[in-house]
Design a protein around this ligand. Structure first.
Ligand SMILES: Nc1nc2c(ncn2[C@@H]2O[C@H](COP(=O)(O)OP(=O)(O)OP(=O)(O)O)[C@@H](O)[C@H]2O)c(=O)[nH]1
Length: 358
């Protein structure tokens, strides 16, 4: 069999989309596809503690977590350095051979500066080329996010592939409304539905955009070769009231109490809780449980295969818009979510599934 070749110019695909819209889920699907798994992945998260690289559950040297901060503002240099480092390691055979790169941006990233970083660095230009910008849009929350957050609009506008997620959780009429809005922002990018049985992952990545860019420029004039005009200021400021924090719990968490607390929080303040996600050490459970909430929507918790490392503490990341963080922390403590010590994990209890269904 022929030796796998390194492409002359390795495509860098950007996976973007608003908070909780399904980027990591799509990335995990991509990496599970044997035809696409030869990708190096760079993940950037908005928050003090990165969890996505754990949630993808792949660990090797081609999975790079970029420092906390946002790709479009504070860690652009780090992105370029990380890609160069991967390139150099690939040349020396120090990492598995990868034939494409996928960069997962934070849900608040403005994609223009990221694209500009890739295009303007002379070393990167020599070995890499832009692949696709893939933008996920959540069918439950997307329409409202497009109406409220400029980042969400830019992510949709610059997409080469628009991927509507969570159509399975939304009413058909809401999906149609979202599609109509997306078409008004970005009329010609192929629009795919993640839950559609005919959804073809191979169609998402690697297209040579020089062809597409030329076509777009001549037709719509929108494709932005001077993204700096639209860039967010380097200070890393997005919406002024959007803030992120992490709560770490030293002891095993009582699932029922946590569930009640989270449901009440999102019922009451879902408009302002843009994202909550975490890895929980649940009393009575061996394996960690990943939880996800996006505004008023709580997703089904998922048992992870194993703890990603020796750290067994629960870590919950919140991204909120205009919510009193101290109040939120106090209410968390008031629910006494961290009272049962880790040793309780050995005490037989009803399984999480049993507790969820009761
Ligand atoms: N039912 C359903 N759930 C989905 C779909 N796509 C994603 N989810 C769920 O949505 C939640 C958030 O998904 P993620 O993939 O973590 O979203 P993300 O965009 O990576 O989130 P951030 O990186 O925090 O912005 C998880 O619970 C996923 O399982 C979908 O098409 N259908």
């Amino acid at each position: 069999m022929a030796e796998p070749q390194i492409p002359l110019l390795t495509p860098i695909n950007l996976l973007t989309g608003f908070l909780g819209s399904g980027k990591t889920t799509l990335l995990a699907r991509l990496l599970a596809d044997p035809a696409l798994s030869d990708a190096a992945v760079l993940i950037n998260e908005f928050g003090e503690v990165g969890l996505d690289h754990h949630l993808v559950e792949r660990i090797d040297d081609t999975m790079v977590l970029l420092q906390s901060g946002c790709l479009c503002c504070t860690v652009r240099g780090e992105l370029a350095d990380a890609i160069k480092d991967l390139h150099s390691k690939r040349e020396r055979g120090l990492v598995p051979l990868f034939r494409r790169i996928v960069v997962e941006s934070t849900g608040l990233a403005d994609p223009f500066p990221v694209l500009s970083t890739i295009k303007s660095d002379p070393v990167l230009r020599h070995h890499f080329r832009p692949g696709n910008v893939i933008t996920t849009i959540d069918a439950v929350n997307g329409l409202r996010q497009l109406g409220t957050y400029v980042e969400s609009n830019r992510q949709a506008a610059v997409a080469d592939r628009l991927v509507v997620t969570k159509a399975d959780l939304a009413l058909a009429v809401d999906v149609s409304g979202l599609v109509e809005k997306l078409r008004s922002i970005n009329p010609d990018a192929p629009l795919l539905t993640a839950t559609d049985p005919s959804f073809d992952l191979a169609d998402l990545v690697d297209e040579d955009l020089s062809l597409r860019a030329a076509a777009l420029q001549s037709t719509s004039g929108f494709y932005c070769e001077a993204p700096v005009q639209l860039a967010t200021a380097d200070g890393g400021v997005h919406q002024s009231a959007v803030t992120s924090f992490v709560m770490t719990v030293e002891h095993a968490v009582d699932w029922t109490a946590f569930g009640i607390w989270l449901t009440m929080l999102l019922n009451r303040h879902g408009d302002r809780v843009l994202r909550v996600k975490g890895i929980l050490n649940i009393a009575g459970e061996e394996r960690p449980v990943a939880i996800h909430g996006v505004q008023h929507l709580v997703h089904t918790p998922v048992h992870m295969e194993r703890w990603p490392d020796g750290d067994r503490r629960s870590r919950i990341v919140f991204i909120v818009d205009g919510l009193d963080v101290e109040l939120l922390k106090r209410s968390f403590t008031a629910f006494a979510l961290d009272r049962s010590p880790v040793e309780d994990a050995a005490v037989p209890q009803r399984s999480l599934q049993e507790r969820q269904s009761s």
